[in-house]
Design a protein around this ligand. Structure first.
Ligand code: CP
Length: 326
């Protein structure tokens, strides 16, 4: 079974959310539109809607996370679900329990949804193929493969600022090779009809045949950023680098670090994005990360609404056009 097939139920509705690759434009738009309906919940006096009341969501994070784990937890709580956060270093995984046995144990507690982060590419897909039929799995980032909710919160942020996608030039800069965020974002950008997607990086940080993803490759940052509407910076993922792919961090910052001076070649209303965590002075200078073009903290806020939308969708809450209670 392909990754795309396993994500959809027999009616073509979202059952698991593992990757943006292969999903239809309409389904991605549905996520954005449902997220729009949740965006105001966090500003209410009572920050809750009852859509997932009685459901149990388990956060299974086998790899560190600040943004994804906490915003999934908040999103589930705002949907009125019960939330379990399995503390992996203190769980029975550390005593040698297999992943399958951990899953069976959590299933026995009548869980309804697993949110999974794992350093192995394909882990969320594997878990989705193993769980009981009533359980949905959402990928919170697997190895270098995919981070689909990050991509959708990025698309939500872009749409909020730019209105439509079709006229936009988006430049993704940095460590594309190791980035699950870049892969998921490129699929979402191309599916949603962005005019031009550029990747800007040294050859050593680009996947082989990256052009086949529908992107234009630049090695010179000033050329890659010229007239861009969106500049999306990526972290150097040293923990995933098995060999020396860079001369030095200073050299990297000189060539690919985002500075005010390099950003000046982009459009005057450019937005600067970053999935976090940011490494100041390595891929981005502080005055840009905190500057007037930066939407980095908005991305974090939008993550809650987008994750609410995805959780409600995989639990079938919109199947009869019934968004009651939002
Ligand atoms: N963007 C992102 O995945 O951040 P965390 O690693 O903090 O979850």
């Amino acid at each position: 079974m392909t990754v795309t097939n396993i994500q959809l139920d027999s009616n073509g509705r979202l059952k698991h959310f593992l990757t943006t690759e292969g999903l239809s434009q309409q389904l991605l738009l549905d996520i954005l539109n449902h997220a729009e309906s949740f965006a105001g919940v966090g500003k209410r006096a009572v920050k809750k809607v009852p859509l997932l009341r009685g459901k149990t969501v388990v956060n299974l994070f086998f790899e560190p996370s600040t943004r994804t784990r906490t915003t999934f937890e908040l999103a589930a709580k705002r949907l009125s679900a019960d939330v379990l956060n399995l503390n992996i270093p203190y769980s029975s995984t550390s005593k040698g329990e297999t992943l399958s046995d951990t899953l069976r144990t959590l299933e026995a507690m009548h869980s309804d949804m697993f949110v999974v982060r794992h350093d192995n590419s394909g882990a969320a897909h594997y878990i989705a193929s193993q769980v009981a039929p009533h359980i949905s799995v959402i990928n919170g980032g697997d190895g270098r493969h995919a981070h689909p909710t990050q991509a959708m919160l990025d698309m939500f942020t872009i749409r909020r600022h730019k209105g439509t996608f079709s006229s936009l030039v988006v430049a993704i800069v940095g460590d594309i090779l190791h980035s699950r965020v870049a892969r998921s974002l490129i699929h979402a950008l191309t599916t949603l009809g962005v005019c031009e997607v550029r990747v800007v990086a040294p050859n050593t940080l680009l996947p082989a045949e990256v052009e086949k993803l529908g992107v234009h490759v630049f090695h010179d940052m000033r050329r890659g950023l010229a007239d861009a509407d969106v500049v999306y910076m990526l972290r150097l993922q040293r923990e995933r680098m098995r060999s020396a792919l860079l001369p030095s961090e200073n050299e990297y910052f000189y060539r690919y670090g985002l500075t005010r001076e390099k950003l000046a070649v982009a459009r005057p209303d450019v937005i600067v994005m970053h999935p976090g965590p940011i490494n100041r002075g390595i891929e981005i200078e502080s005055s840009v990360a905190d500057g007037e073009h930066s939407v980095i903290l908005e991305q974090v806020s939008h993550g809650i609404a987008v994750r609410m939308a995805v959780m409600a969708m995989v639990m079938g809450r919109f199947h009869d056009n019934n968004a009651e209670g939002t």
